[in-house]
Design a protein around this ligand. Structure first.
Ligand SMILES: Cc1ncc(COP(=O)(O)O)c(C=O)c1O
Length: 385
C-alpha cells in the first residue's frame, strides 16, 4: 500500500503511530507554517500586517476553499472559531418555542445537543433524542421522532464515538417533508469523505477544522443554503454580523449581512482561518475520494486484526464500516490504562466510554496498523499473565 502523502509533510507521523484523527489530526507542515506566520505577523505588527483588505482576504480565501470542498457557493459559507459556537448561534437564532421540538440523538457529541437543551430550559421546547442502545442510532427511530412541530433535526454526519454515518439525503427528505431544517455537524466527516451539500439537500452544515480537515485548532466553517440567508438570524451577534464591517458603524440597529457571513460576529484567530484554507487546499490537492479510499482500507485492515485479538466492535460492523473511526472493546480491560500503555509504545489512540477509539487518516500506512496491532497484542498478552 503506497504512501498517500510525503512523509516530510507530517514529521510526527514518523515518530508515533498516530491513530487519533477523531480527537485532533496531525497538521501538515505547510499548514503549520501558514498559521504561525500569520499569527506572528498580526501579533507583532498589528495593522501594519493586517489592513482591511488583508482582513477581508483572509475570510474570502477560506470561504472559497470551503465552498469548493462542500459543493457550495462562497456566499453560503461563514468562517468561525469552532463548531460549538456555531451550534449555539443556530440554536439561539432558531429559538424553538413551547409547541416546537428539535430532534437529535442521546449518543451525540454534547455540543450538538446542549445548545438545544439550554434553549429548551428557557422556552420549554421539546428536545427529542433517540435512545441509542449500544451507542448506535436506529434511523427508523430517528425518523419516527420528526413531525410537523419539528423545527430542526440536528445531528452529526459521522458519530464521534462509533463512526456511524447517517444517510443525509434520506434524513433531509424526511426533515423537509415536515417543514423543518436539517443541521449537520460534519466535524467527524469533512476531509475524510466527499460531501455534497446540494446533492444531499442539506440546509445547514458546519465543521470544526482540527480533525479530519487537518487544520489548526480555533478554525471552523459553516454552510447555510442560500434560501435560508434571510430567514436564519444568528443567536450570536457582533460588529462583523452586518455589511458595515470596516470603517462606518451604526449600532442603532442590526442590518444583517445578506449572506451566510451574518454568522461571523467578531475577530477570530486569523492565523487559524488562513491555516484551515491551506489545509483544505492541501487535502483537495490529494483528492478527498482518494483519502477516503485510503482510510477505509486501513480501517478494514484494523478491524480484521482487532477481531483476531478478541475485540468486540462498538462501531457498526460486520454489516458495514461507515468511516475510519474504529471503536472496540476488550472485555475485562481498563481502556484508559490500555490507551496509556499504548502511548508508552508510541501508539496514539483515545479511550472513550469504556472502549478504544482508533482513527487512521491520510498520513497513516498499513505498517502503522500492523505496528499498532502488534503493540496491542503484546499488551493484552501481558494483561493475561
Ligand atoms: C461531532 C463533533 N462536533 C464538534 C466537536 C468539537 O467542536 P469544537 O470545534 O467546538 O471543539 C467534536 C469534537 O470531538 C465532535 O466530535
Amino acid at each position: 500500500m503506497p504512501h498517500l502523502v510525503s512523509p516530510e509533510d507530517f514529521p510526527v507521523a514518523q515518530e508515533y503511530v498516530y491513530l487519533n484523527a477523531a480527537a485532533i489530526a496531525l497538521v501538515p507542515e505547510v499548514v503549520a507554517e501558514a498559521t504561525l506566520s500569520w499569527q506572528r505577523g498580526i501579533g507583532m505588527q498589528g495593522t501594519v500586517h493586517l489592513d482591511e483588505d488583508a482582513e477581508a482576504k483572509v475570510f474570502d480565501t477560506l470561504r472559497q476553499a470551503a465552498a469548493r470542498l462542500l459543493g457550495a457557493q462562497p456566499e453560503e459559507i461563514a468562517c468561525a472559531s469552532n463548531a460549538s459556537e456555531l451550534l449555539c448561534s443556530l440554536a439561539w437564532g432558531l429559538g424553538p418555542g413551547p409547541e416546537s421540538n428539535v430532534v437529535s440523538a442521546s449518543v451525540e457529541f454534547p455540543s450538538v445537543v446542549y445548545p438545544w437543551l439550554r434553549v429548551a430550559a428557557l422556552t420549554g421546547c421539546d428536545v427529542r433524542l433517540t435512545r441509542d442502545p449500544d451507542y448506535i442510532i436506529d434511523p427508523d427511530e430517528l425518523i419516527g421522532l420528526v413531525d410537523d412541530q419539528t423545527v430542526a433535526v440536528c445531528l452529526s454526519h459521522v458519530q464521534y464515538l462509533t463512526g456511524q454515518r447517517l444517510d443525509l439525503a434520506a434524513l433531509a427528505e424526511v426533515t423537509h417533508g415536515h417543514g423543518a431544517i436539517l443541521i449537520v455537524d460534519a466535524t467527524q466527516s469533512a476531509g475524510a469523505m466527499p460531501i455534497d451539500v446540494i446533492a444531499d439537500d442539506i440546509d445547514v452544515l458546519l465543521t470544526s477544522g482540527y480533525k479530519w480537515l487537518c487544520g489548526p485548532l480555533g478554525s471552523a466553517v459553516l454552510f447555510v443554503r442560500r434560501e435560508l440567508h434571510e430567514k436564519l438570524e444568528p443567536g450570536m451577534v457582533g460588529w462583523r454580523s452586518t455589511d458595515q464591517v470596516g470603517i462606518d458603524f451604526d449600532s442603532r440597529h442590526i442590518d444583517w449581512a445578506p449572506a451566510a457571513r451574518r454568522f461571523e460576529f467578531g475577530t477570530i484567530a486569523y492565523g487559524g482561518t488562513v491555516g484551515l484554507a491551506t489545509a483544505i487546499d492541501y487535502l483537495m490537492g490529494i483528492g478527498i475520494e482518494q483519502i477516503h479510499d485510503h482510510n477505509m482500507a486501513l480501517a478494514h485492515r484494523l478491524v480484521d486484526g482487532l477481531t483476531k485479538l478478541g475485540a468486540e466492535l462498538v462501531s457498526p460492523y460486520p454489516d458495514r464500516l461507515d468511516s475510519s473511526i474504529v471503536t472496540v472493546r476488550f472485555p475485562g480491560q481498563d481502556h484508559v490504562r490500555l490507551a496509556r500503555r499504548l502511548f508508552d509504545e508510541r501508539v496514539v489512540v483515545s479511550p472513550r466510554m469504556g472502549s478504544l477509539r482508533i482513527a487512521p487518516h491520510l498520513y497513516n500506512t498499513a505498517d502503522d496498523i500492523d505496528r499498532a496491532l502488534a503493540s496491542l497484542s503484546a499488551l493484552l498478552g501481558q494483561a493475561e499473565d
